[in-house]
Design a protein around this ligand. Structure first.
Ligand SMILES: O=P(O)(O)OC[C@H]1O[C@H](O[C@H]2O[C@H](CO)[C@@H](O)[C@H](O)[C@H]2O)[C@H](O)[C@@H](O)[C@@H]1O
Length: 256
């Protein structure tokens, strides 16, 4: 049996404010989705967007003169579907691709379609491991075991086999009850740096909020650029509802 990383591993954040400061009008706000804006759900497709969240994000986007972006492991299409009718700048696929503030889409890292056969092989394997879920994405492949923790080693070892075939192109990411093959050289920190070079983000104070080990590069980039990297566990008691309340307060809506 190959070794896999510990479940639900969390890094220890570097020194930063532990209590979330009030949102300032000169901030550029970068928001993770799952576990930060949305409560974690049993499956990727069963997440619920709470009433009022889209309107709060729309008002924040207006208040910060457009400097609000979603920075997520999900594809751009998921974000547009979940936040419709709002269309925000997005860095998706763990920073591999983005929709920029002017609406254009571009790759931020070298990306290519998944190698033929990986998805069907994963589906065939996961069919033998009840409760596991295959989530194919444009440039990456996530295998979820939240409903079947006993199969964590199985899904990890399958991805290890795929990664070994293309070690120069893919790496394994540990997420919440999931492992994911992600294109190398893509991460949220790099995506935030790219967005911060563009209006309306440029010249603002970058603030990133995320809940997961996959968000550490985003927190580090925000700090490196003179801003703030907040961890949901540290600063919001691990509660996406608290993040939503904090955002709502900034636009004068206490009911979200
Ligand atoms: O970067 P994020 O916006 O936080 O996205 C990270 C991954 O989120 C999703 O998976 C996670 O959330 C699911 C729904 O709550 C949950 O069922 C699963 O266990 C979590 O791992 C999404 O499915 C992935 O594609 C994202 O990479």
């Amino acid at each position: 049996m190959m070794n896999r990383p510990a479940l639900e591993a969390h890094p220890q954040p570097a020194t930063q404010p532990r209590q979330p400061p009030d949102i300032e009008s000169d901030w550029a706000l970068f928001l993770d989705l799952d576990g930060t804006l949305l409560d974690l759900a049993p499956t990727p497709t069963s997440v619920v967007v709470p009433d009022g969240l889209v309107d709060v994000l729309r008002r924040l986007h207006h208040r910060l003169h457009g400097a609000v972006a979603i920075v997520t492991g999900r594809p751009l299409a998921d974000i547009d579907q979940l936040l419709a009718p709002l269309v925000l700048p997005v860095a998706g696929n763990h920073g591999a691709s983005a929709r920029l503030p002017d609406g254009t889409q571009q790759a931020l890292a070298p990306v290519q379609p998944l190698p033929p056969g990986w998805v069907t092989q994963a589906q065939a394997a996961c069919a033998q491991w009840p409760g596991t879920i295959v989530e194919p994405k444009p440039y990456s492949l996530a295998l979820h075991y939240r409903l079947a923790p006993e199969h964590a080693d199985n899904v990890f070892n399958l991805l290890r086999c795929f990664a070994a075939e293309r070690a120069d192109d893919y790496e394994i990411l540990t997420a919440h009850y999931a492992y994911e093959l992600r294109p190398r050289h893509a991460d949220k920190g790099m995506a935030i740096e790219r967005l911060m070079a563009l209006a309306p983000f440029h010249g603002r104070v970058p603030v990133f909020i995320g809940d997961d080990v996959t968000d550490e590069s985003g927190r580090a980039a925000a700090r490196r650029l003179g801003g703030i990297g907040l961890d949901v566990g540290e600063s919001f008691s691990g509660s996406a509802a608290h993040v939503r309340q904090w955002l709502a307060k900034a636009v004068g809506d206490q009911d979200t």
